[in-house]
Ligand binder design. Structure first.
Ligand SMILES: [Zn+2]
Length: 229
């Protein structure tokens, strides 16, 4: 009888230890995620990586690299920095694809799909990422555009341009631009041309992941200045 009780106790002890071990394993798996989870900062940003898929955008004058790939590289880095800071981020595309569903009217179909993603997200800010090209090869630097119809967007774009001029090799002024992604959306919006693929020095930088990250960090700093500055 006593032996059975002892056996029972031993079984219970083993079960308790097994449970404790299981709990430690589960906690070890869960706790780091809880600790590293970033508190939401209450702001939503849509990042629109310009072009993609059948539409490569402009092409690097010496490297032949597509604008669409550079845009996506910058967009993904920017998403990383924003998420780390607690922003909610929506991307119009995450791969080398276009958003067109109507091959007959490709550009219109692609742009209206982007517009729908932006309008559905109703973000605090939409940033469309592009690369520039100009016949005069000496022209360089980051350039921010806004819709002339939005005073808020104009103020945001001017602040972003200040930050880009201060952090990149750039000395340009924000300009109004008649871009569909800016004029057709109702949220504050800007289009950032990160640099010129027609300028040899800037092209050499823009095709590298390191510089794409650097540009993304500058845009991230600009977004903080715009929404929290
Ligand atoms: Zn473009």
């Amino acid at each position: 009888m006593k032996l059975i009780v002892t056996k029972k106790r031993a079984v219970i002890a083993v079960a308790v230890i097994a449970l404790a071990v299981a709990l430690v394993i589960v906690l070890a798996a869960v706790v780091p995620n809880v600790v590293s989870a970033v508190a939401p900062n209450g702001k939503t940003v849509v990042i629109d990586a310009g072009h993609g898929g059948a539409d490569g955008g402009v092409v690097g004058a010496t490297t032949g690299k597509k604008e669409s790939d550079i845009n996506l590289g910058v967009a993904k880095s920017l998403r990383h920095f924003l998420r780390e800071a607690g922003y909610s981020v929506v991307m119009t595309r995450e791969k080398d694809v276009d958003l067109a569903t109507d091959g007959e009217d490709f550009k219109r179909s692609d742009m209206s799909a982007r517009k729908k993603i932006i309008e559905d997200a109703a973000p605090d800010l939409m940033v469309s990422i592009h690369q520039n090209f100009y016949p005069l090869k000496s022209v360089h630097g980051a350039q921010v555009f806004y819709a002339a119809t939005s005073e808020v967007s104009k103020g945001y774009a001017e602040r972003m341009q200040e930050v880009l001029n201060a952090t990149l090799d750039s000395d340009r002024a924000a300009k109004s631009g008649d871009y569909y992604v800016l004029t057709a959306t109702s949220c504050p919006a800007m289009l950032v041309e990160c640099g010129f693929l027609s300028n040899a020095k800037e092209e050499r930088l823009l095709v590298t992941a390191e510089y794409q990250r650097e540009v993304a960090y500058s845009i991230y700093t600009g977004i903080n200045a715009v929404l929290f500055g």
